[in-house]
Design a protein around this ligand. Structure first.
Ligand SMILES: C[S@@+](CC[C@H](N)C(=O)[O-])C[C@H]1O[C@@H](n2cnc3c(N)ncnc32)[C@H](O)[C@@H]1O
Length: 298
């Protein structure tokens, strides 16, 4: 029997990239996130894991990494990403659950998780999986949705919101959509053996009226100027944190299998074809350039 994992917010078949980003009036958010990422990414790296990659909106921003694994639970999101980025050896497309990462320990020297923690009912469990696959001293960049943001504080002040932005518990404002308190996120990261070395606040001006009235380049410039204040206080709806994988002995995985069975954790040598696990006998499909490690009967 497989151990049950938390529920997944399923994007299968969703046109998220088009409706939310391309046609959704979010050029400001996209631009300021790009700036934050640029500031936090190391100058170079080998193997990056993009968790909850979606349609690959951010993937081109990891130009300094030699190779990038795009991981998402939704196969159709990965199909869109592959359509945008292509079938190059540089990209590995993996359909899998963040709670059951199908990689051997210590495999990545870089990882990002952007706009994805907010779908995690068990964020600490998800982050412990991310830490497991990171090499010692690997850089992990996490974006999270901040419940202690100015709009939420004002709404709470005037009685327009029943949940407190100051309470460290996550708030589930829609099914499987969570906002987190910055202090709680720092706690989850510490528990998973990530040390924080930088925090940036992002989307200071995520207000419809401001976005309509103030020209985009000015709004982006102002946000870029303010992102540094995240080192002192975080009251924006989005926060970016750069962390370092610490605390666990062990070597960086070299020359071993990349994948491991998400059901029984046996290493799975080989690539570019279906992978059959010698431990539990399951076969994991490889089709049209996408590995599928989702456990559908858990
Ligand atoms: C809001 S989208 C963000 C996509 C991309 N990071 C971006 O910023 O454009 C969240 C993504 O997380 C994926 N996701 C949600 N829960 C997941 C899980 N448990 N394991 C893997 N992916 C998950 C969804 O399929 C979706 O593509």
């Amino acid at each position: 029997m497989d151990t049950p994992t938390p529920p997944v917010c399923d994007y299968e078949g969703s046109d998220y990239q088009h409706s939310f980003w391309d046609a959704g009036g979010r050029a400001y958010e996209d631009a300021v996130e790009a700036i934050a990422l640029k500031r936090l990414l190391p100058p170079k790296g080998e193997f990056m894991l993009e968790l909850g990659a979606g349609a690959g909106r951010n993937t081109n921003r990891y130009a300094n990494y030699q190779r990038i694994a795009l991981l998402d639970y939704s196969r159709t999101q990965l199909e869109q990403a592959r359509g945008r980025l292509g079938a190059s050896q540089r990209y590995l497309y993996v359909a899998a659950d963040v709670y059951r990462l199908p990689f051997v320990d210590g495999r990545f020297d870089g990882a990002t998780m952007i706009r994805t923690l907010h779908h995690m009912a068990e964020p600490a469990l998800a982050l412990s999986q991310v830490r497991r696959v990171m090499a010692p001293q690997g850089v992990f960049i996490l974006e999270f949705a901040n419940k202690r943001n100015i709009k939420a504080m004002l709404r709470y002040l005037v009685g327009g919101q029943d949940w407190s932005p100051y309470n460290p518990e996550p708030v589930e404002f829609a099914a499987l959509n969570f906002d987190f308190h910055p202090k709680a996120v720092r706690g989850y990261l510490a528990a998973a053996d990530f040390s924080i070395d930088r925090q940036l606040t992002v989307s200071h001006f995520r207000v419809g009226a401001l976005k309509r009235v103030i020209p985009l380049p000015i709004l982006v410039r102002l946000d870029a100027l303010l992102q540094w204040t995240g080192a002192l206080v975080q009251v924006t709806p989005s926060v970016f944190v750069r962390t370092c994988a610490i605390g666990r002995p062990g070597q960086r995985a070299e020359g071993r299998a990349l994948f491991q069975c998400p059901a029984c954790q046996t290493a799975l040598p080989g690539a570019d074809h279906n992978l059959t696990c010698e431990g539990c006998g399951r076969t994991w499909e490889y089709r049209d350039g996408i590995y599928d490690f989702r456990i559908k009967d858990a």
